[in-house]
Design a protein. Sequence first.
Length: 277
Amino acid sequence: MVKLQSTRRAALALLLAAGLFPLSSLAQDKARSIVMASTTSTEQSGLFPHLLPAFKAATGIEVKVVAVGTGQALDMARRGDADVVFVHDQAEEEKFVEQGYGLKRRPVMYNDFVLIGPKSDPAGAKGDDIVRALDRIAAANVEFISRGDKSGTHSAELRYWKLAGGSPPAQRFGNYKECGCGMGPALNIASSSNAYALADRGTWLSFKNRGELAVLVQGDKRLFNQYGVIVVNPARFPHVKADLAQSFSDWITSEKGQAVIAAYRINGEQLFFPNAN
């Protein structure tokens, strides 16, 4: 009987040990992970499924992405709910750092915005001048889908409308519609209604449901779209994993990280162009 009880205790000890091992591994995995607040364009373009496995293979750090508009991503970090931000609105990023929420902003890569619209182009917007194109869209009162979500793309769009003069677009013509959504859903709405929209080129190239839509305006220098990375300030939020977040910032701006970005292509076309250096 004593021997049997001893055997049972030994078996129980082994079971407990077997149960404790996964828990400790889980805790270790959690400790080696960071939360990144980023844009829908980096997610929906397919860049992250290409980029983040390479980062994890190099460092062992897992990145959990929350993909929202740039404004929402920065607000999330202002609440201390992210370890690092990777967004594309330089003015807002610099303000974020000046306010003490983030450490140094580092440029990572760029692409450009493009104006999408129906191939028939009823507004006559096609060309290489985004301001003239928007002016013609408003004058023709054709449907324009705006993200309306305080994202980097939405901020850029509003800058272009301001350059086009006149009152805000929502007051200027009746067919200006805000969806309050990400880039992919906005393009889906534009496709279903044969409307115009501003998009980042990366998401457009990965977008499948194009319908009768095509790129109508590109090549304007004002359409330049820069992305930056910022580690959230641990002095403001002590729980932030600043060391792991810094590893991501260092890697993505390194020669290896930049090469991974440059290698990402769809149908042979490069979506993002590294410019950290």
